[in-house]
Design a protein around this ligand. Structure first.
Ligand code: SF4
Length: 283
């Protein structure tokens, strides 16, 4: 696919004003820069789930895998272990990552597999026309909860810190420049990188006026400190109004799962021999 435009000519069907456009733009800018810096497009893989966000797989001219709901992380994990030279990026929705795929998200972080997870968190099921998700606020009135939800939302940053992610950040679809730097850093980070992107759903949950009022960029934040990161993650509970920090909350360097697998299994016989053996066994 090298040499083709990064954005495909597939007809785009996102609603006007959808925050997915901004995430697509930010990711395109980052991938294009990485390509110009020597990372071949042929070594990039985009894995998406099910939901409005998932159309990213159609809209980019890069290797991609369109998964079933909630399964981006096991697929991405398999791809990374099979070929550790690949740069593997998951785009998932909040229903995808925090509901159906929650167990996979937790274990991806726990293992510290070297993949990047970008959650398009619009806090609603947009594709199925407006049901509540795990990050919808208490009292959210949607198609499945006309009288309002009875549950508090979960805080994905707090959860990812607690379960072992080694890069944890938050972006906002209306702050594209900071989103670009966050995505770039997450992709270059060695280990499980997680970004929760507050994404505007223009049709079913447009809270941009609230976000615009409360977001701020992290400055002078000790991102190497787990305790400081957790403090910042708890500053906003995804329910009440802000303050809402944006940026990298936590950065840690730890051995990755793919490195451990390679060291433990593949190095015994060599990678090429291992691939050949697996292929021979399947014949
Ligand atoms: Fe975007 Fe919401 Fe429309 Fe889906 S329903 S395309 S998330 S604005």
């Amino acid at each position: 696919m090298t040499g083709m435009p990064l954005i495909s000519d597939t007809q785009n069907t996102w609603c006007p004003g959808c925050g997915n456009f901004s995430i697509q733009h930010a990711l395109k800018a980052v991938l294009s820069t990485l390509e110009s810096e020597g990372i071949s497009r042929d070594t990039m893989v985009l894995v998406t789930g099910i939901g409005c966000h998932a159309k990213m797989a159609d809209y980019f001219n890069i290797n991609s895998f369109y998964c079933i709901h909630g399964r981006t992380i096991p697929v991405a994990t398999g791809i990374k272990i099979a070929n550790p030279d690949l740069t593997v990026i998951c785009c998932a929705g909040d229903g995808d990552a925090y509901a159906e795929g929650l167990d996979h998200l937790i274990f991806g972080a726990k293992r510290n597999i070297d993949i990047t997870v970008i959650v398009h968190n619009n806090r609603v099921y947009g594709l199925t026309t407006g049901q509540y998700t795990p990050t919808s606020p208490l009292g959210f009135r949607g198609r499945s909860t006309p009288a309002g939800t009875l549950e508090y939302p979960l805080n994905p940053l707090e959860m990812m810190l607690a379960t072992g992610a080694t890069f944890v950040g938050r972006g906002y679809s209306r702050k594209i420049e900071s989103l670009k730097s966050l995505i770039r850093e997450a992709i270059l980070h060695r280990g499980f990188s997680f970004i929760d992107v507050l994404q505007i759903c223009a049709t079913f949950f447009d809270v941009h006026d609230v976000y615009d009022q409360y977001v701020y960029e992290l400055r002078d934040h000790e991102s190497a400190s787990f305790d400081r990161a957790m403090e910042k993650a708890r500053e906003w509970d995804y329910n009440n109004k802000g303050p809402i920090a944006l940026g990298a909350f936590y950065r840690a360097k730890l051995p990755t799962f793919d490195q451990k697998v390679t060291a433990k299994i593949i190095s015994l016989e060599g990678r090429t021999a291992a691939i050949q053996r697996i292929l021979d066994e399947r014949r």
